[in-house]
Design a protein. Sequence first.
Length: 454
Amino acid sequence: MQTTQERGLWSSKLGFVLAAAGSAVGLGNIWKFPSEVADNGGAAFLVVYILCCFIVGFPVMVAELAIGRKTRRNPVGAFKVLSGGKGPWFLIGGWGILCGIFILSFYLVVAGWTLSFVVAEIAKMFGAEALYTTLSTISPGVKTAIFTVLFMVGTVGIVLGGVAAGIERATKTLMPALIGMLLVMIGFVLTRDGAMTGLTEYLKPDLGDLNTTVIFSAMAQAFFSLSLGMGALITYGSYLDEKESIPEAAALVTTADFSIAFLAGLLIMPAMYVAQGAGIEIINPDTGALINSDTLVFAVLPQLFDAMGGLIGVIFGFAFFVLLSMAALTSTISLLEVPVSFGIDELKLERRKSTLLFGILIGAIAVVVSFNFSLIGHFDLIFNQIGLPLGGFMICIFLAYVWTLRGAFTEMESGYPGVATSTFGKVWSVFVRFICPLLILLVFITTVWTALGL
Ligand code: PHE
C-alpha cells in the first residue's frame, strides 16, 4: 500500500475546506439550483432544500469524510477495507464510481457551454457580433463537442498533477470573487422592472406548492450540490490530515455551498422575470412551466449583461463566465479524481495511466452527449437524482451497521476530542443511523408511489 505521503495530503485545514468547497460549488449551484427552484414552485423548493442540506446532506458528508480519512482509499477500496473484504459492500463504491463517470460526462457538456460563453464575450468585446451569436447559441453538434473536449483536457491536465495545491489556491480566490460578483449582479437586477415578482416567487413560500416531485428534486439537488453520495468526499477525505476536525470542515463546506446556491437564486429568479418582461421566452404562458430548464441561466444572464450596457456589460459577462468555468473546473476535477483514485489503488495503475484511461473514456461519452442533449436528462435522472441519494442511503447504512459508530467516532476523535459524548456526536449518531436513511427511503417510496399514480 502507498503511504499517506505518496497519496498526497491537503496542505492545511483551510486547504482541505477550500478543495472540498471547490468540489461542492460549481454548476450545481449556479446552473442547476436556480432552474430547479423555478421548475419546482419557488420558495417551497427553497425551504425543503435547506432542510435537505443540513438534515440529510451534512450528516452524510461527515460520514463520507470519516470513511475516506480512516481508509485512505478510493470508494471501492474504502468499503472493502472497512467490511474486511467480506460481502458485497464494495459495490456501494462501485455504484458511486459509475455515477461519477456519467455525471461527469454530462457536466462536461454544460461546462463546455460556459467556456463557449467566455469566448463569445471576447468576440463581443471586439465587435464580432456574428461570432458572438454563434458561440452564445446553445445547440448540439461539433461546436459543443469541441468545447466539451477542451474542458476535459483542462481537467485531465490538473488531475495528472495529483491532489494539486493548485486546487486550493484557485478556490481561495475563486470563492470571494464569485460571491462579490453575484452580490453586484443581484444589486443590479433588483433595480429592474419585474424583478420583484421573481424575488417574491423565490422567498415567499406557498406550501400549496409542495408535492412529492418538489421534495424528491430538492433532496437530489442537495446531494448533487454538496458532491455527496458517490464517494467524491470519501476520496477527498482520504487526503485529509488526522488533526483536522471532520464535523467542523463539513459544516463549513455545507454552509459555503448553500450560501452560494442561495445567492445564485437571488440573482436568477428575479432575472428570469426581467428577461420575460423584455420579451425573451422563458416561461410557457399556457403551462406556467419553464420552456427549457437546462438552458435557463444561459438565456437569462446575457440579457442582464446587455442591460448593463456597453463595455461594462461585456466585461461583466466575460468575468462571470470565467468564474463559472473555474467553479465548474474545481468540480470536474473532483469528479474525475474518484475513478482515477480507483484506478490507482485497485487497478494498480500509475496516476498518469489512470487519468488518461478515465479521461478518454469519460471524454468519449461526453462527446456523445454533445450531439444528443436528451442524454443530459436521462443521465441526470439515473445517476444523479436516483443514484446519489441511493448512494447516501447505503453509506449511512454501511457506517451505522457495518463499520459501526464506534469505528467512526474513533476516527473522528483525533481532530475532535470527546466527539462521541459531545452534543454533536449524540445528534449525528441518531441522524446517520435512523433519520437520514429513513428520510431518503421515504422520499423514494412516496415518489414512486405518486409516479405510479397510487
Ligand atoms: N457539487 C458539484 C456542483 O455543484 C457537482 C458534483 C457532484 C461534484 C458530485 C462532485 C460530485 O457543481
